[in-house]
Design a protein around this ligand. Structure first.
Ligand SMILES: Nc1ncnc2c1ncn2[C@@H]1O[C@H](COP(=O)(O)OP(=O)(O)OP(=O)(O)O)[C@@H](O)[C@H]1O
Length: 667
């Protein structure tokens, strides 16, 4: 039974694919991603889950993807050929591309199930009419036999419907989960530059509301469409058997209904897409405002923020009202045509009865089947409306699923036996992808010896953090090459490299978890408590953590601690990794002088421990970097001076000038 249900589901996926294609222009080809997205959604893909195959983790994406899009699949073969993607990256490596179209040996056996169910239901009106007329003519045996048969059909269809609904519900829940897993994984593995232009609110909207909606429709409406299509076909066959001219008249009505529906459906799709976009914009505004609530409060801009949010709500309401009016018109037309068909049936067949061309029993059967046909048409069009709405609304989900992971996760890079920490920038130039006309770094040439402490100073916006972003490979240089221990950075395994880098960002963010987990973030889960405390002590954080009521178990987030405390936890996090390269981007800017002095001592001491360690510090306060082995002075994307503190003072350039200004401020 379950296999039969799943087969039914898989056949429904083709309907969805056809629907997607139907909204494309004649010269447009369905992208593999679009088809793939549809195929991913088909609960047929869930077969192994339901039948017991272990689900694969959605990441890391397999290198076998190699950034290649899969060849376009044929529609009938989509379900099977593309469905492995739903099981995640592990299975992607074995992605077979085009495969056979036939659902396999179970096809014949399972195909019987929906046909059997529809057949059992569609014979009911006929047996009902026969029972009534056998009772009228006093045929007791025939009446009892028909009544018993009806009871059996009733039970069979009830049980089948119940089992089917239950199975589809379970599949639906699994589908939402898989859909979210896939979408979230796709987003997580995008290039950082992708996040520069996309809005977080839009992502959360897609993950929450859109996934739920899409799966509900696919899990619910597709089964209704297939079931009612079977029943409608059965009704037409029965009508044809009774009287083909009369059957044709009923069919004409259905065609008119379908034509009107096509126009209405097109409108529905457009409206759904707008509704989805406006919801995402509204979410984005809400997310931005609530995450910056302190600034909003301090500047008293609550009403302005409400206005920004309300603007999208009004746009949403406008579209919703128009959609409701259109829906009203559709129901009006449908109901009028539906009733007219019944009246027409009674009139036409009634006249035939009067002329004694058909019997009253045939008239009854005709009216019942006519009713059945129109009802099936109504259910199909209704479900199609809902389905089309969701397809319109899901365009963005399909587009997101179409994205391939960032190249750096696809390439299998080199893992060195040991990271020493020698860094070289060879003729590096860079501009951010979102600002291609604005060079940020120009022809940078320098090298950093392993075990050195390097400081980078310069005016705001001179490109210091950008330089570190390139070293972390958050962005790729526009030209030139970065070498780590003599190997091009892009050839190294990026996950391995990042495991050996400790990074403290300009703004320290804490995750909504306890302090211990925040310090341990990115380290193995079995890291010992003593090690965590050791790192916290080095970062001058142990005392304040211990003074909290729950100590290391205290639940924190971005708002629960002071800026300096957050920075100390972030430094402890970096120290705990025991990195070969330590990167500190203004990591002590929020600390008081005493803590800063202490941490500076600790950082300098780190390089004297057994392991070679390269430390790169960006600092505005020059007092913190006087002891660095080498200081780079940056201006407008270039390194204009280089040397130790004394040498730079002797040069009497920008560094000496900045030093003098800071000394003057202190005196
Ligand atoms: N994600 C980004 N997209 C586009 N431009 C960016 C991005 N990040 C930074 N920039 C631009 O790149 C330039 C260098 O910025 P960067 O953050 O590297 O400067 P910085 O020297 O670290 O400044 P600060 O000392 O103020 O932190 C600036 O003009 C900045 O506006």
């Amino acid at each position: 039974m379950l296999r039969a249900e799943l087969w039914l589901y898989s056949s429904e996926s083709s309907i969805a694919t056809l629907l997607i294609m139907s909204k494309m222009g004649p010269d447009q080809q369905p992208t593999t991603g679009t088809c793939c997205a549809i195929a991913r959604l088909t609960p047929a893909c869930l077969l192994p889950t339901i039948l017991g195959s272990p689900p694969a983790l959605p990441f890391p994406p397999s290198p076998s993807l190699s950034g290649q899009r899969q060849p376009a699949a044929t529609i009938p073969g989509l379900t099977r050929s593309l469905s492995p993607s739903l099981f995640g990256a592990k299975n992607r490596s074995a992605w077979p591309g085009r495969t056979e179209v036939c659902p396999g040996p179970t096809f014949n056996a399972v195909a019987v199930y929906p046909a059997f169910l529809s057949l059992s239901e569609i014979t009911m009106p006929s047996i009902l009419a026969t029972s009534i007329f056998s009772a009228q003519s006093g045929e007791t045996v025939a009446f009892s036999r028909n009544a018993l048969f009806l009871l059996l059909l009733c039970l069979t269809s009830g049980i089948c419907s119940g089992v089917r609904s239950g199975c589809f519900e379970i599949l639906n829940v699994t589908l939402v989960k898989r859909l979210r897993e896939n979408l979230y994984t796709t987003i997580l593995f995008q290039d950082i530059s992708y996040f520069d232009k996309e809005r977080v609110g839009a992502f959360t909207s897609r993950l929450a509301a859109d996934c739920q909606r899409l799966s509900r429709v696919i899990g619910n409406d597709l089964q209704l469409i297939s079931r009612n299509t079977c029943q409608g076909t059965g009704a037409i066959i029965n009508l044809m058997a009774l009287s083909w001219p009369l059957a044709l008249s009923a069919l004409v009505m259905c065609c008119i209904l379908s034509a009107i529906f096509l126009v209405y459906g097109r409108y529905q799709r457009q409206a759904a897409k707008l509704i989805q976009d406006f919801t995402a914009y509204a979410n984005d505004v809400a997310q931005e405002t609530l995450s910056s609530i302190r600034i909003v409060r301090a500047y008293g801009t609550e009403e302005k923020e409400f206005g920004r949010y309300n603007q999208w709500l009004e746009s949403l309401a406008f579209i919703n009202v128009r959609e409701s009016v259109a829906s009203g018109f559709w129901n009006l037309i449908f109901n009028t045509l539906y009733r007219s068909t019944q009246i027409l049936a009674v009139l036409l067949v009634g006249m035939s009865v009067l002329r004694r061309h058909v019997t009253v029993e045939q008239l009854t059967k005709y009216v019942l089947y006519c009713e059945w046909l129109i009802y099936a048409t109504w259910r199909v069009t209704n479900s199609l409306t809902s389905l089309l709405q969701s397809i319109g609304a899901s365009e963005q989900i399909f587009q997101l699923m179409n994205l391939l992971p960032s190249d750096q996760f696809l390439a299998k890079g080199v893992k060195l036996q040991r990271l020493v920490g020698h860094i070289q920038f060879a003729n590096i130039s860079f501009h951010y992808p979102s600002r291609s006309m604005m060079p940020v770094l120009e022809h940078l040439n320098f090298s950093i010896e392993a075990n050195q402490v390097i400081a980078i100073v310069g005016l705001s916006g001179s490109g210091k953090s950008t330089l570190l972003n390139l070293l972390l490979r958050l962005y790729e240089p526009s030209s030139g090459q970065i070498y780590i221990d003599g190997f091009p950075l892009k050839d190294l395994d990026i996950r391995w490299l990042r495991q050996h880098i400790g990074y403290v960002a300009q703004e320290s963010h804490l995750f909504h978890m306890d302090i211990k987990s925040n310090i341990q973030y990115g380290c193995p889960t079995n890291t010992k408590q003593e090690d965590i405390e050791w790192a916290a002590k080095k970062a001058y954080a142990h005392d304040f953590i211990s003074s909290l009521p729950n100590g290391y178990e205290t639940l924190v987030d971005d708002n629960a601690l002071s800026g300096g405390q957050k920075q100390r936890i972030a430094i402890a996090r970096a120290i705990l990794r025991d990195p070969a390269i330590m990167i500190l981007d203004e990591a002590t800017s929020a600390l008081d002088s005493e803590s800063e002095h202490y941490i500076k001592e600790v950082l300098y001491a780190l390089k004297d421990e057994s392991k070679t360690r390269t430390i790169i510090i960006i600092a505005h306060k020059l007092s913190t970097i006087k002891a660095a082995d080498k200081i780079f002075v940056m201006d407008d994307g270039r390194i204009i001076e280089m040397g130790d503190h004394e040498e730079l003072l002797l040069k009497d350039g920008l560094y000496a000038k900045l030093n003098k200004i800071q000394a003057d401020i202190l005196t």
